[in-house]
Design a binder for this molecule. Structure first.
Ligand SMILES: C[S@@+](CC[C@H](N)C(=O)[O-])C[C@H]1O[C@@H](n2cnc3c(N)ncnc32)[C@H](O)[C@@H]1O
Length: 163
């Protein structure tokens, strides 16, 4: 796949390697933990994968740079407790570096009534699709009904010629 993908707040997760295996041939991972990125750089031998220390709220990337941005628990680790401070700055930056027609894919524990008011806003002009997945339960106690699902928010940025 001839595209450039950003994995945001990657930590030491294996997701960049999986994305590469799935056909995303150029994957940049960022995290503001230099320890995590250094550990990934030491493990990686693939020149199409890079690991950079950067704050997702203030990146050094040019505007309209990535075709896909994947966010597994980065947004949530910053804003799960309070999304009134900083969430707009974060999402503005994601929108700035995403190409027109590109996709921001966010994996979250939070249900659409909590997340769509942040994602379906006029200043972003994203079309948002939501997919719900059952959360695996490794315990003998059944999941609480409010804690039984993951949500994938697929946010498509408007194409330039459709603005
Ligand atoms: C819950 S961990 C998830 C790690 C990985 N995505 C995974 O699923 O295993 C959240 C990660 O996001 C990073 N993070 C949180 N806020 C960030 C920000 N503003 N910029 C860059 N990284 C951030 C943290 O350092 C941490 O590695």
């Amino acid at each position: 796949m001839d595209s450039h993908t950003l994995y945001v707040g990657g930590g030491t997760s294996q997701v960049p390697f999986k994305l590469y295996e799935e056909g995303y041939k150029r994957v940049t991972t960022i995290d503001y933990s230099e320890g995590a990125m250094e550990s990934m750089r030491r493990k990686n031998t693939n020149p199409d994968l890079e690991f950079l220390t950067m704050d997702a709220k203030h990146t050094n990337f040019p505007s309209w740079y990535f075709d896909y941005i994947v966010d597994k628990a980065c947004f949530e680790s910053e804003f799960c407790a309070d999304w009134t401070h900083g969430a707009k700055t974060y999402l503005d930056e994601i929108n700035r570096i995403l190409k027109p027609g590109g996709m921001y894919m966010m994996i979250s524990h939070f249900s659409p009534d909590k997340r769509l008011p942040l994602l379906e806003v006029d200043y972003l002009q994203w079309t948002v699709l939501v997919e719900r997945q059952n959360k695996p339960n490794f315990s003998t106690i059944p999941n609480d009904e409010n804690d039984s699902f993951y949500y994938l928010y697929v946010c498509k940025k408007a194409d330039v010629n459709k603005r």
